[in-house]
Design a protein around this ligand. Structure first.
Ligand code: BG6
Length: 307
């Protein structure tokens, strides 16, 4: 079903259901205080997505272990970002380039997005389209609507499209800050980054060059730049590979907080929760910030799949 209606942030579960539900496959639930989640259960996968932040929270192809990691202590509250799943970092990644008091990773991940349409595709995938129209805030003075199209199937495909409707060029940095579920981060390899230059956030953003695969024996926080090819997360315990294939993305960010930060963060779960997750984020950051002239559109798209 393709709905002609657009989501109004004041719609409740009943109204959303009437306008956008897909029988037996896409439903809505309020997890408390008006925090509404889309729940998907199709022949191909189960998944969930919060309307706030257009935040994909879970995705599990049928017969597979969960691919995304969602913290057991994730806070589902208005104005708070959700720990896990796929937060959208937009219109800047990390700290703002000049204003240290501005929200880290931008404001999109905690904003109210509008639901535009839900539909079932010929192959059984469920497609959800959302958009953020009113982007002018105290921290971002530009009219730059952004839309997300998420296709939930045996693979997960996401397109994040930004249009610069203002009359000046803008500098955009962004990322799909994807948290992956792994059985033991000490027993995974991230492949596809060999010889790629990265900025090491844990060493004053020094520039280094990756040698071989990325392994995890301590905290890792790196922005790999000028990197557009596929990445594979090889999980030797679950005996599976997670593939990340992307377009319109020149950077990948690899992050695991390890024990001390995990304890300090407060919403990551038990002290050893960091062992079950790794972030491999696809975006455009640091040297790869996108210059978007007035009237131009930019699309970041990523496909996740498992073998
Ligand atoms: C990563 C950054 O992308 O996000 C890390 O490289 C940061 O430095 C992490 O700690 C989590 O950020 P936040 O704002 O969601 O706690």
């Amino acid at each position: 079903m393709l709905s002609a209606l657009s989501y109004n942030p004041n719609m409740d579960v009943q109204q959303l259901t009437k306008a956008f539900a897909i029988q037996d496959k896409l439903s809505f639930r309020d997890v408390g205080n008006g925090f509404i989640i889309i729940a998907i259960d199709s022949e191909l996968c189960t998944a969930s997505m919060a309307l706030q932040g257009a935040h994909v929270m879970t995705w599990q192809p049928k017969g597979e272990a969960p691919v995304l990691w969602l913290s057991p202590d994730a806070k589902l509250e208005k104005g708070k970002s959700i720990r896990g799943g796929i937060p959208i970092c937009w219109p800047w990644f990390g700290d703002h380039a000049t204003e240290s008091t501005f929200t880290a990773h931008g404001f999109a991940r905690t904003a109210d997005w509008e639901l535009v349409s839900t539909s079932e595709l010929a192959g059984g995938e469920i497609e959800v389209v959302m958009r953020l129209l009113d982007t002018q805030t105290e921290q971002w003075k530009y009219d730059t609507p952004v839309a997300i199209k998420v296709t939930f199937g045996r693979s997960l495909h996401i397109e994040l499209t930004t249009t610069n409707q203002s009359d000046v060029p803008i500098q955009l940095s962004e990322a799909l800050h994807t948290y992956f579920h792994v059985q033991d981060v000490r027993k995974i390899e991230v492949q596809g980054l060999d010889s790629i230059e990265y900025l090491d956030k844990l060493d004053a953003y020094q520039r280094k060059s990756q040698q071989g695969v990325v392994c995890f024996e301590q905290e890792v926080d790196r922005i790999y730049i000028n990197q557009s090819s596929d990445i594979i997360i090889q999980d030797k315990v679950l005996n599976r590979n997670i593939h990340i294939s992307k377009q319109g993305s020149q950077s990948s960010i690899v992050w695991n907080p390890w024990l001390d930060k995990c304890k300090a963060m407060g919403d990551l779960g038990a002290d050893d929760a960091f062992l079950n997750m790794v972030c491999v984020e696809s975006g455009n950051a640091a040297d790869n910030t996108v210059s978007l002239a007035a009237g131009e559109t930019h699309c970041l798209s990523v496909t996740y799949s498992v073998t």
